[in-house]
Design a protein around this ligand. Structure first.
Ligand code: 13P
Ligand code: SF4
Length: 328
């Protein structure tokens, strides 16, 4: 896959955006569907969604919905999670290629091998895995976490029990510093959060001396060290609403700025810059595969659909339910 956000994605239909929106709303009603969207989706998709949230909130919504169909405007692991938590529902993802570099960094076979090796040295270790992973890796883990509950989940494990944390090494290192807990870290990263440049963010902070830098914990340590606030996408959004500051440099995928501007129209949100000038590498190329037209087509055709083996669903559900129970 070419990892750049397409500037003008190719279209299959001749429908205008207005016509697409009208059709999406009509089909959604007809199919008794709910549209769940992550903050990194294009703003026109966020506007159409029944709910926009972070990974944990979206999982909760998917688990509780009584709609017949869940249209997940996010990435593949999020749609899979929805299917695992609510297996009788039809779960659609507008583009099945919407993956995630973190999920790709932990292939199930490699993860299984690492755990088997670890069992030799640390038979009682606990595997806490970030939700950004495949259903197979979830099934091989003990507890799942998201960026909004990871600290609490780590603290729930007794101090003398070794922890394997996968796949995000930046989030893992951040959690080690926060909790004082040493963990065995998988070596995965998010290509989007990895792209931010300390040098250019320092230039931005010098240009806007009243601005606060806010960052997602998937960013590198050098960025997090300079951040005034670190949190999940929802926590970042909440912070910008509650803070008396009026200017923020936002070190996460810029799709979230849509909600920040809606919630605080008088405040200013500046996307943090990547090293390469003119590069759109801070936009998630996977999230941005979902377009208004693909959302329409998937509602119309009832596909692409997420299919998972029922036995895999059973095995992957337990670590997710442990997470849910610890996040009340
Ligand atoms: P959140 O759970 O904070 O929304 O993060 C999801 C994600 O993929 C960040 O890159
Ligand atoms: Fe994965 Fe990074 Fe995209 Fe989030 S922003 S979905 S972690 S590639």
């Amino acid at each position: 896959m070419d990892l750049q956000v397409a500037i003008a994605p190719t279209k299959e239909t001749a429908l205008s955006d207005e016509e697409l929106i009208r059709e999406i709303l009509r089909l959604k009603k007809e199919r008794n569907a709910v549209i769940l969207a992550h903050y990194y989706q294009y703003s026109e998709i966020q506007e159409l969604a029944d709910f926009v949230g972070d990974s944990l909130e979206l999982s909760r919504r998917a688990q509780k919905t009584d709609a017949d169909t869940i249209v997940f405007c996010g990435v593949h692991f999020m749609a899979e999670t929805a299917k695992i938590l609510n297996p009788t529902k039809k779960v659609l993802l507008p583009d099945l290629k919407a993956g995630c570099s973190l999920a790709e960094s932990a292939p199930a076979e490699e993860y299984r091998r690492v755990r088997e090796q670890l069992r030799q040295t640390y038979p009682n270790h606990v595997a806490i895995t970030y939700i950004n992973c495949s259903a197979e890796v979830k099934a091989l883990s003990d507890i799942i976490c998201t960026s909004s509950n990871a600290e609490r989940i780590i603290r729930s494990v007794p101090e003398d029990v070794p922890i394997l944390f996968a796949p995000d090494r930046n989030l893992g290192a951040y959690l080690q510093r926060k909790t004082g807990r040493q963990m065995i870290l998988w070596n995965g990263t998010c290509i989007v959060h990895q792209s931010f440049s300390v040098r250019r963010i320092e230039e931005q902070l010098a240009e806007y001396p009243d601005a606060e830098l806010i960052a997602h914990p998937e960013c590198e340590d050098a960025i997090l060290e300079r951040a005034h606030f670190i949190g999940s996408t929802s926590a970042l959004l909440r912070y910008t609403v509650e803070s008396p500051r009026t200017t923020f440099i936002v070190a996460t995928e810029p799709g979230i700025i849509h909600q920040m501007e809606k919630a605080s129209p008088h405040k200013r949100f500046i996307p943090a810059l990547p090293e390469q000038e003119g590069c759109r590498c801070s936009e998630c190329p996977y999230m941005k595969l979902n377009t208004l037209e693909k959302l329409y087509l998937c509602l119309l055709r009832g596909e692409p659909e997420i299919h998972l083996d029922p036995a895999l669903i059973e095995r992957a559900r337990l670590p997710l339910e442990r997470m849910m129970a610890l996040s009340q």
